[in-house]
Design a binder for this molecule. Sequence first.
Ligand code: FEO
Length: 170
Amino acid sequence: MINERMQNALNEQIKHELESAYLYLSMAAYFRAEGFDGMAQWMAVQAQEEFTHAMKFFDHIDERNGRVVLKALAQPQGEWTSPQAAFEAAYGHERFITGKIDDLVKIASEEGDHAAGIMLQWFITEQVEEEASALKVIELLRRIGDSGYGLIMADRELGKRIAIPADNEE
Ligand code: FEO
C-alpha cells in the first residue's frame, strides 16, 4: 500500500502531466491558427504522450491500493510570438517537469518507497528525451530564423511525428 505523502505527491504529478497535455494542445491550436499544421501535429502527439504519462501515475497509485484524486487544471497560455517562442516555452516547461520528477524521487527515497522509486526511474530517462527533443526543434528554428521557406520545410518535417501506441511507450 502506498503511504499518504507519496500518494498526495503522485496525485499532484497527475495534475502536472495533464497540464502538460493541456499546454501542448494549446500550442497545437496556436500552430493550427498560424497555418503550421506540421508543428500542430508534433504538439498534438506530445499532448497524447503527456496523457500516457498521467496514466502511468494514475495506474501506479491504483495498483498500490491508493486513491487517485484529480485536481483542477490551470488554463494554459494560448498565444506565442513565434514558433520558436512556443518551442522555447515547451522546453522551459519540460525543465519544470524534470524538477518535479526529481522532487518525487527525493520523496520516494525519504519514505523508503522502493516501488515508487523504480516506477520513477522510467520518468528520469523520459525527461532526458523530452528536454532533448524540444531543444532539437529550437536549434532547428534558430538556424532557420526568419526564412519563410525554411519554416515551411521545418513544418513539413515536424509533421511527420506519429503518435506512439501507449503500450509501446516503455
Ligand atoms: Fe510528461 Fe513531457 O513530461
